[in-house]
Write a new protein. Structure first.
Length: 625
């Protein structure tokens, strides 16, 4: 990465969303330019509203840190993914990809077509070992939609435990003794066993939310009130009469918190035994604490008492340069919460030990399109350069001919045919230039439809809406209305536009076009076509200036608004569709939903889904071939 290149890191937790802006330093390290965080409600009763809370929190952070519409690297929680460590047989390196794919099919509890997954080889293990990480594609799309709806794009998607591991490696190097990093989150705690250059991770469903739930149950109060009491008055009771000098109410609350946290050391001991027996690891000799669940007073002393090991707070920002605009006191207070952000920032400077990337399909398609564009542009440049060189040669020949004609004026009449030849060559040059333009325009129109399909697929990514048909239209005017085919007085009106595809296109015979108003060349009168003659290519039928999208939607709490919200995705981000037009007076007007969306809101009893139809004007007319 070039010096001073900016990267935006985003950590999406169950109760906390953190954002940091990093730049690369001249020595290859990280410079923290800005940092902030936002707390969201972790009440299980409000789980349905979590996506909107995350979207609002990210948008607020982006506005406060002034990151604009940039692409971010973000990490998702360990509980959202499936993680498996798999030992591989000793094979050649060129067989690793096939072998890992086979292992993923055996271990991932979903078909690979329904998940987004990645893997990474683990260094330092006695046997060849990989870590496989997978997440359901629809769950990832929901998270990615929350990020994109906040105004940010997607650069890379990491997993919180892997980002923490990268931050540990960059900060602590390769310590001689085995270390356990405990990251206590709201819903889960991530355990990272680090030994030499190898590591192992596991997520345990115990976190700060379990402590809050225990307080709510003990005192018969709401989750939100219990969370407030935990933050305002909570601490962890220790053994040996620690609570005798405390206020009776505070001491009782401390004992409730202690009892709730006691489950975590027990799960740590169970996971340690599993790591030693199944993966040949060693018991940890030192503990590092991270995460928001470690903020309660005496948490460090509690784990020292329970695990009988030295415990300290994780400090991932130890080797990070803090910029002038960052409050150093905040970084010192919240440093143990920034491990994932630092790990994401290390990805931008190429210093990540583990590089897991779980980007959604729509982002992968955009990456492929970006990679394809330089080749298309390069091919067009080469083609046009060839024609330019050929034209230059012809111009040089014409110049020499003119000089020869001036110098040999006495034989000008005999050399007159040269003039005609040059004119013919120039005419041919113009013809070839038109052919080249036709090729490049055809490729541009071809790429347009691929980009359109990818954009529609990304915008309509929802488990409540699915698209069944996309149909190009010609002569479409969104403000015009024509009578339906009945032709009766008072008949219903329909939008203009004519399909360029025959209704019976699926049954069209081989050699016949599926497009309307197209005629193939016919054989001369009295002659039969040759037995092995190939079908004649059809001529283009014209241009399309709109597409009609049909599909179905099923009932959700949002009702038919679920389709309108997906349509809004295209309004906000699409560069391929035109949502503005000019009325009869020439004034520009924005097309409302009722001009382009036709949705059925009520159907017969027992119907699983209801149809909808959207007619979208294209940003430019595209030739249909």
């Amino acid at each position: 990465m070039a010096d001073n290149q900016t990267t935006v890191a985003l950590n999406i937790g169950s109760q906390r969303v953190g954002m940091a802006v990093f730049e690369g330093s001249k020595n290859g390290g990280l410079v923290l330019k800005s940092y902030d965080s936002e707390t969201i409600v972790a009440d299980p009763a409000m789980e349905a509203a979590k996506a909107s809370q995350i979207r609002i929190a990210i948008a607020d952070l982006a506005q406060r840190l002034k990151v604009g519409k940039t692409k971010a690297r973000y990490a998702i929680s360990g509980q959202s993914v499936f993680t498996r460590f798999v030992k591989l047989p000793p094979l050649q390196d060129d067989n690793i990809e096939q072998l890992v794919t086979f292992e993923a099919q055996q271990h991932v509890p979903f078909p690979l077509a329904e998940v987004v997954w990645d893997y990474e080889l683990i260094e330092g293990a006695d046997e060849k070992e990989v870590v496989i990480v997978a997440i359901k594609a629809d769950a990832l799309d929901e998270i990615n939609t929350s990020v994109n709806d906040s105004g940010l794009g997607t650069s890379e998607v990491d997993v919180a435990p892997m980002a923490l591991y990268n931050a540990f490696r960059a900060t602590y190097g390769n310590p001689d003794e085995p270390i356990l990093l405990i990251d206590i989150g709201a819903k889960t705690s991530n355990l990272l066993y680090i030994e030499g250059r190898r590591f192992f991770t596991r997520s345990i469903a115990i976190g700060g939310g379990a402590v809050t739930a225990a307080i709510a149950k003990e005192y018969g109060i709401s989750f939100m009130d219990a969370e407030h009491q935990k933050i305002a008055n909570g601490l962890v009771a220790l053994g040996g009469g620690h609570t005798e000098q405390l206020d009776e109410t505070v001491a009782a609350l401390a004992m409730v918190i202690r009892n709730a946290l006691t489950r975590l050391p027990a799960e740590i001991a169970r996971t340690t035994n599993y790591y030693r027996s199944q993966h040949g690891g060693s018991a940890p000799r030192r503990i590092l604490l991270a995460g928001g669940g470690a903020n309660l007073p005496y948490t460090l002393e509690f784990f020292q008492e329970k695990l009988n090991l030295p415990v300290e707070y994780f400090n991932p920002v130890r080797n990070v340069t803090v910029g002038k605009g960052v409050d150093a006191a905040v970084i010192q207070r919240e440093g143990h919460l920034m491990g994932e952000l630092v790990g994401l920032g290390l990805r931008s400077v190429g210093k990540a030990a583990i590089s897991i990337d779980l980007v959604p399909q729509v982002v992968e398609q955009a990456r492929a399109a970006d990679k394809r564009k330089p080749f298309l542009i390069g091919a067009a440049v080469i083609l046009l350069g060839g024609f330019a060189a050929w034209a230059a040669f012809q111009n040089l020949a014409a110049s020499k001919a003119a000089e020869e004609a001036t110098r040999m004026s006495d034989s000008r009449d005999n050399l007159a045919p040269i003039k005609n030849d040059i004119a013919a060559l120039l005419k041919r040059e113009d013809s070839l230039r038109k052919i080249a333009t036709a090729y490049t325009d055809a490729e541009r129109d071809h790429a347009f439809w691929l980009d359109l399909l990818a954009e529609v697929r990304g915008a309509f990514a929802s488990d409540a809406v699915w698209v069944t048909d996309i149909e190009p239209l010609s002569g479409y005017d969104p403000l015009a209305e024509v009578e339906k085919t009945t032709g009766k007085a008072g008949a219903a009106k329909a939008k203009s536009g004519k399909s360029v595809i025959k209704p019976e296109f699926a049954a069209v015979a081989y050699g016949q076009t599926a497009m309307v108003d197209v005629r193939a060349d016919e054989p001369e009168a009295g002659k039969r076509p040759a037995r092995n003659a190939k079908p004649v290519d059809a001529a283009p039928s014209g241009t399309a200036n709109a597409v009609r999208i049909r599909g179905f939607w099923r009932q959700t709490p949002k009702g038919q608004n679920v389709v309108s919200e997906l349509l809004k995705n295209l309004r906000d981000k699409s560069a391929l569709f035109q949502f503005k037009t000019k009325d009869t007076k020439g004034a520009e007007t924005v097309l409302p939903d009722n001009k382009i969306l036709d949705i059925t809101v009520q159907g017969a009893a027992g119907e699983l889904a209801l149809p909808f139809e959207i007619t979208l004007p294209l940003a430019r007319e595209v030739v249909i071939k």
